[in-house]
Design a protein around this ligand. Structure first.
Ligand code: SAH
Ligand code: SF4
Ligand code: F3S
Length: 579
């Protein structure tokens, strides 16, 4: 422990602080010579647990590491720097982390400069960092969710001093823009619209680990999304613990409906968003979702419990009836809209009657999918202090009963899909079989279907032929080559050489004098051919040469010839892509 310098440790009292007025800062990380030298030739690996927010953090961490000069590896043995990005939402999420840390003891032995870092939500909990460095003395770096942007300077300190470092801050949190990032997927992207959470549901640790709720400036979100569209991304998921409370901290009327509409207008083929809190769900949001075909009709609406009494104890701020009203409003406005949810079983003192209300709510709503969890007490949250009279055995038994009801809803929706055709965004070949592609429908159903791997990243029509509850079997309806050609045309349209060619062709076609000369040249060529071997031949040849010169000296003709030559090179590239 003495070899680890402790700069700061988390403090849940500070983490509860909710002052308004987060500042917008810009990334100004400094990459020292020592860090750059160290990174040169070394490889990094980030292992992420938890939600999409953490996945996005991994991309930012990778951005910093690659800017410093590290290169990525997926091989644990050859990694020189490993960062474990943790989640604290339930105890089982934390248990996985301990096993993961232990795996890297061998790297430390093999490479004395090996750096193992641990970050993320679990590090924002009290006592976690201290206990980790005691149990795993080979950990060199611990940081939290608020100081990812300090990664280059923290690494520099470790490299220069030879000591480990623990630096976890508990503060309300700011917004940092211009973050470096290496995206994990070339077609699907997560874009943060807000950070943190102010809801303080009584069971949840997130408001403590992620700080106050703060929205990113609309312009920064739009700039990031516009770039993704230009780069050919097919799907954007807007992220926030509560996306629909976006803008509350601006106090100027900007709200989630505004962001959603503005991003939809950028023309991304698929737009998703998560998570929506039922309490903040507005009807103008529904209007925007309904209005834009590229906003996926799929709403994740965590209910947590079907009992108003339990919801009150959870601090969820809505009743069973209000939730059901909202579901009704969604279904009336968009009959085919998929609704998914999160449910917690076994909240302290949940009675059999209260649990039964969750079952009847699930039967009534018939969710397209539901993530079900057994309540896990989180130190520092109000629910963790409640005396709980429900045994683990009862909780597990309820959990299994809930799974059955949830499954019935999922199967109901899947069975309705058989025989119908859906748009599927292809993720790529399935892990088990290279000839089978997998992808997701608008309602986030997983579909497997035979098809060529080059369809990865394309949206194709697939007919559902079999329903397997949690995945479907389908048949490709589009001609795969046609799909590819269509997208090649789309790509071509953005190429400067193609744009120049189109302009040159237009000028050429609109040049009346050039057209007249071309026609005359054609006639002269014919006359020349007919006069072959006659006395007139020389005269016809001279006339033809004069007309040819007129045509070839016309600037519109010259431009078209050179634009066509440039385009040819592009065609060769496109052909290689198509093959
Ligand atoms: N912000 C989102 C979800 C964040 S956490 C929301 O409010 O919906 C994701 C899910 O984990 C929650 O919806 C909840 O169902 C579950 N969860 C959170 N804390 C939990 C706990 N202490 N025990 C069990 N499940 C929990
Ligand atoms: Fe947790 Fe509730 Fe915030 Fe969701 S809304 S992150 S469940 S406190
Ligand atoms: Fe886990 Fe933190 Fe996300 S606790 S669920 S990684 S916000």
């Amino acid at each position: 422990m003495s070899r680890c310098q402790i700069i700061s440790l988390p403090d849940l009292t500070k983490a509860r602080n909710r002052q308004d007025g987060a500042s917008i800062k810009y990334d100004e990380a400094v990459y020292s010579e020592a860090l750059k030298q160290f990174a040169n030739g070394r490889k990094y690996l980030v292992k992420t647990f938890g939600c999409q927010g953490n996945v996005r953090d991994e991309e930012i961490i990778s951005g910093y590491l690659e800017k410093a000069g590290f290169t990525k590896t997926s091989d644990e043995k050859e990694a020189n720097l490993v960062i474990i990005n943790t989640c604290a939402v339930r105890e089982n999420a934390e248990d996985k982390v301990y096993g993961e840390i232990g795996k890297f003891k061998g790297n430390t032995k093999a490479d004395k400069n090996f750096i193992l870092g641990v970050c993320g939500c679990m590090m924002q909990e009290e006592k976690k960092a201290e206990s980790l460095i005691k149990t795993y003395p080979f950990i060199k770096l611990i940081f939290g969710t608020h100081n990812i942007a300090d990664l280059p300077s923290m690494l520099d300190r470790i490299i220069s001093s030879g000591h480990g470092l623990v630096d976890v801050i508990s503060y309300p949190g700011d917004v940092i823009e211009n973050l470096p990032s290496i995206r994990l997927d070339p077609y699907k992207a997560f874009v943060n619209i807000s950070y943190g959470c102010d809801k303080f549901c009584t069971y949840c640790i997130v408001p403590y680990t992620r700080g106050r709720e703060r929205s990113r400036p609309l312009q920064s979100i739009l700039d990031e999304c516009r770039k993704l569209v230009e780069d050919g991304y097919q799907e954007i998921t807007l992220l926030g613990q509560n996306v629909n409370s976006y803008g509350k901290d601006f106090h100027d009327g900007t709200n989630f409906a505004t962001v959603l509409e503005e991003v939809a207008k950028l023309g991304i083929p698929r737009l998703r968003f998560t998570t929506s809190h039922p309490w903040d769900f507005s009807l103008d949001m529904l209007d925007v979702i309904a209005k834009y075909p590229n906003i996926m009709k799929c709403i994740h609406l965590p209910v947590q419990s079907g009992s108003t009494a339990v919801l009150r104890q959870m601090g969820r701020r809505y009743t069973r009836e209000q939730y059901l009203e909202l579901v009704k409003a969604i279904r009336e406005r968009m009959p085919g809209c998929a609704i998914t949810t999160d449910i917690i079983v076994g909240f302290p003192n949940e009675t059999e009657e209260q649990f039964a209300e969750t079952l009847t709510l699930c039967e009534e709503v018939k969710y397209d999918a539901a993530f079900t969890f057994i309540y896990s007490p989180r130190a520092g949250t109000p629910a963790a202090k409640m005396v709980d009279n429900v045994s683990d055995e009862v909780k597990h038994e309820r959990f299994n009963r809930l799974l059955k009801v949830v499954e019935a809803g999922v199967i109901y929706h899947s069975s309705q899909m058989v025989g119908k055709v859906y748009d599927v965004l292809v993720d790529g070949p399935s892990k088990k079989n290279e000839d089978i592609l997998c992808g997701y429908t608008e309602s986030n159903k997983l579909v497997n279907f035979p098809g060529p791997s080059y369809l990865k990243g394309h949206i194709v029509k697939v007919k559902i032929v079999e329903d397997h509850a949690f995945s479907m079997l389908g048949e490709l309806q589009d001609d795969p080559v046609e799909v590819l050609l269509k997208s090649a045309k789309g790509k071509l349209a953005k190429e400067p050489a193609y744009i120049e060619y189109l302009a040159a062709k237009k000028a050429y076609e609109e040049d009346a004098e050039l057209q007249a000369n071309l026609k005359a040249k054609e006639a002269a060529q014919k006359a020349l051919a007919l006069s072959m071997g006659t006395d007139e031949y020389d005269a016809k040849k001279a006339a033809f040469a004069a007309l040819s010169e007129l045509v070839e000296n016309n600037p519109n003709y010259i431009n078209l010839v050179s634009a066509t030559a440039d385009l040819r090179a592009l065609f060769v590239e496109m052909k290689a892509i198509l093959q």
